[in-house]
Each structure stands twice: as structure tokens, then as C-alpha cells.
Ligand binder design. Structure first.
Ligand SMILES: [Zn+2]
Length: 431
């Protein structure tokens, strides 16, 4: 009898007929076979009991440097972006690598337990000591057994707003940041906005890095830096290597313009990364009723052929008081806000937190529940894609590279961290 590393029995698999149940066999860190035969054994055996199995989630836009700082030094009572920025300016003065890593550790354990195995985080490079970058580059290494982290150097206050900001952004890349960020709508003029995009691309080309910007995160219909991002992508030959976060202004653009630009973005292979929880919370703040929804039009972008993946953006920090790291909550918000509630749309919507992230991460060849691919998988609570969105919550099991790393059965959540199983507490107050 062959003993395999891991065997997952009675699994419904996303993308295969749901009237069939499969056994997924893992040897080492790879899926070696998927069969309808349940008479196989492994060192670890999971009975999926007909639940849906799919590859794990991507959180393509996040701020790990500010995570879990809610209430420190004070709470954001207005709930606005601007009060959040003021609070963060106070809070970041007392950042240290150690205290940041303690918060990041807690957050990435929550995320992994909720089925996210890839998180792309921004690190604020206008924090002049670059503690953010140093800490998050360290986190990438420290927590790699439970989650894959990419760090984007992110000039929160702008590239051209202060003379040293461009240099700090470059320093972040030298310190090990994976991607180059930008925030063109936060520069003083639209000309500076356009120039900042070019400068970010100069760095990306110089260091051979991908681009991931905060782009047009405003309700201003004249915020049109996205077109510069798209143009530079084509001009520099950076197709498939550029993601634009938020792009909330696109919600307020004239439809003629919106259609044209998304068409060109598709040709340029530029992905967009909306953050539905934070977008619906922070946008529309200058509107009286009725209030705009302030989220990039995901449905239209997809129709135009633009790759769309989602981000959680924040968990319990100066900008967003809620969240536990559940990408299904993020997706739940997205499908409501953009009315992607057709039956097929709902089924397909899971791509926004799975395969579309894999495209940006450049791991498409090794991502999915297929023979020969890396054994990364989730056993969800429900049996269908609809169930995933109805029931949400942490998956029953999370497997990373052939190893069971999170178990949310039996009324509690546990994670395997540094060789030991730990019980997780998702409460605001930790005892
Ligand atoms: Zn952000």
C-alpha cells in the first residue's frame, strides 16, 4: 500500500462537475493525482465530506505596516480618509520593527486561517526611517511557512511632494521591496501626477520590478492618472507587470472615456485591484444623498478584458475599523456594490480572489487543483461557489504546499506555526 503525504477524500472541486466527488492525492508539495477512487491513504487524511475544494485566496492590496493599530493613538471618529491619514502620521512616529512584526504576525495568522496564502502589502516609504520596509521585508521571510508576502514600496505622501521622497522609494527597492508603488492623485498637480508615474516606471525598469500603484483613489471624475499608467505600460513594454489599486475615480468618469480607457488597459495587460470594503466606506464622502458607490466598475472592466483582482486594504487600523482577513467578505461586498448577482456571475466571481491574483503574481502555471501543480488548497464550509459567498467564514482546512497549516473544525481555529499548533483568537480584545 502506497502511503501518500496527504489525501483529501470526498472533495467537490471548483471547475469540475459538482455531482462528482474526488480524492486529491499529494506527495511532498505537489498534487500527484485526482481520482474518483476513495480507497487511498496518506500520512494526513482529510475527509472533505462533499465540501468545495479550491485553490487558496489572494489579497492583492494590503497595508501590513498599519495593521491592528486601531485606537492607537486614537480612534477615527469621523470615519474619513483624512482623519485616518492624520492618525497614521502620529502613529508612525513610534513604529519599530519589533512592534510591527508582532502585529503583522497576528494579522497573517488570521489571513492564513481564513484561506489567504498570498498577500501583497504596501510599505509606506515616506516614513523616513524606512522601518516599514525593513520590517515588512523581514516579515516576508519570517512568515513564509504560512503565507507568501510581496512588499511594494509605497510613497504614501507622494513622490514629488518632498525632495527626498523619490530617493526613499529607490532606497526601499534596494532594501528588498518587490514592487514599485506610486500615488499620482496625491501629488500637488495633475502634471506632477503624470510625472510621478513616469518616475515610478523609471525605477521599475532600472531594477526590473513590477509596478503596483494607488491610482485615482478619489471620486474626482477628472482624476485620470490611470491613462498615464496605461500609456507608460505600453511605452516601456511592461505589459502584464502593472497593477493599479483602487481606481475609484473610474466610477465617476464619463462613460465614453471609461469605455475607451478600459479597452486600452486590457490591451496593455494592466490589472486593476479594487478594495470594496474600504472603497464603499471612504468614497462618496463629499456627496449628499444619493451617494456614489465609489468602487471601480468591476463588471465593465471584466467585460473589456481587464484582469481584476481584489484587495482587503486594511484590518483594524486608522482607516478601517473592521475586518478579520476574510477575502470572502471582500468579495461579498464587491458583488453587491457592482450588482454582479447573476447566477453565473456569482459563480465566476470567485476568480477575483483566486486565479486573477495568480495572474498578477505570475504563478498561473503552478496554481490550481490539478495534477502536477503545487498542493495549495482550501476545503470550504459549503459545497458550491454560492455557498462560499453565503456562508463565508474560515475554510475548514487550509493546505499550503502539501502541509495542513490551518484547521477550523470543531468550533475553534488553529494554525501550525513554527512546528506547533496554536489556537487563534479573532477578538478585538485578546485575553
Ligand atoms: Zn491602499
Amino acid at each position: 500500500m502506497v502511503e501518500h503525504t496527504l489525501v483529501v477524500k470526498n472533495a467537490r472541486i471548483r471547475g469540475r462537475p459538482l455531482d462528482k466527488k474526488y480524492t486529491i492525492v499529494v506527495d511532498g508539495d505537489r498534487i500527484t493525482s485526482i481520482k474518483e477512487d476513495a480507497n487511498l491513504h496518506g500520512e494526513t487524511e482529510i475527509d472533505a465530506q462533499g465540501r468545495l475544494v479550491l485553490p487558496p485566496f489572494f489579497n492583492m492590496h494590503f497595508h501590513l505596516d498599519s495593521v491592528l493599530t486601531l485606537g492607537d493613538p486614537r480612534f477615527n471618529e469621523s470615519g474619513t480618509l483624512w482623519e485616518g491619514i492624520e492618525i497614521w502620521a502620529e502613529r508612525k512616529k513610534k513604529l519599530t520593527v519589533e512592534e510591527m512584526l508582532a502585529r503583522v504576525e497576528k494579522a497573517v495568522k488570521w489571513m492564513a486561517a481564513y484561506g489567504t496564502l498570498w498577500v501583497r502589502t504596501h510599505a509606506d516609504t515616506t516614513e523616513k526611517t524606512l522601518t516599514t520596509v525593513k520590517g515588512l521585508v523581514k516579515a516576508r521571510e519570517e512568515f513564509k511557512d504560512i503565507i507568501n508576502i510581496q512588499v511594494t514600496g509605497f510613497p504614501q505622501d507622494g513622490i514629488l511632494t518632498e525632495p527626498e521622497n523619490l530617493e526613499l522609494l529607490e532606497k526601499a527597492i534596494e532594501l528588498g521591496a518587490d514592487n514599485v508603488g506610486m500615488i499620482p492623485h496625491n501629488e500637488y498637480t495633475r502634471f506632477d501626477g503624470a510625472r510621478s508615474v513616469e518616475l515610478a516606471f523609471d525605477l521599475a525598469v532600472k531594477y526590473n520590478k513590477d509596478i503596483d500603484g494607488h491610482v485615482d483613489e478619489t471620486d474626482d471624475p477628472w482624476s485620470r492618472n490611470f491613462e498615464v499608467v496605461v500609456r507608460e505600460t505600453i511605452r516601456r513594454g511592461w505589459q502584464g507587470r502593472v497593477a493599479a489599486g483602487h481606481v475609484t475615480a473610474s466610477h465617476s468618469w464619463d462613460p465614453v472615456y471609461r469605455n475607451r480607457i478600459f479597452g486600452i488597459a486590457a490591451k496593455a495587460g494592466v490589472s486593476i485591484v479594487p478594495n470594496p470594503l474600504i472603497n464603499i466606506h471612504l468614497q462618496g464622502r463629499f456627496d449628499n444623498y444619493p451617494k456614489r458607490r465609489g468602487m471601480a466598475p468591476i463588471k465593465l472592466a471584466l467585460e473589456k478584458g481587464v484582469n481584476v483582482a481584489l484587495g482587503h486594504d486594511c484590518i483594524m487600523d486608522p482607516w478601517y475599523p473592521l475586518g478579520v482577513g476574510d477575502m470572502l467578505q471582500v468579495l461579498f461586498m464587491a458583488v453587491h456594490v457592482d450588482q454582479m448577482m447573476g447566477y453565473s456571475e456569482l459563480q465566476k466571481s470567485l476568480d477575483l480572489i483566486t486565479i486573477n491574483g495568480a495572474k498578477i503574481w505570475h504563478i498561473l502555471d503552478d496554481y490550481g487543483i490539478e495534477e502536477g501543480k503545487k498542493a495549495n488548497l482550501l476545503v470550504l464550509r459549503g459545497k458550491t461557489e454560492l455557498d462560499a459567498l453565503r456562508l463565508m467564514g474560515p475554510p475548514l482546512y487550509v493546505v499550503k504546499e502539501g502541509k495542513l497549516i490551518a484547521d477550523n473544525t470543531g468550533g475553534e481555529s488553529r494554525i501550525l506555526f513554527r512546528g506547533k499548533w496554536e489556537k487563534l483568537d479573532f477578538s478585538q480584545i485578546q485575553e
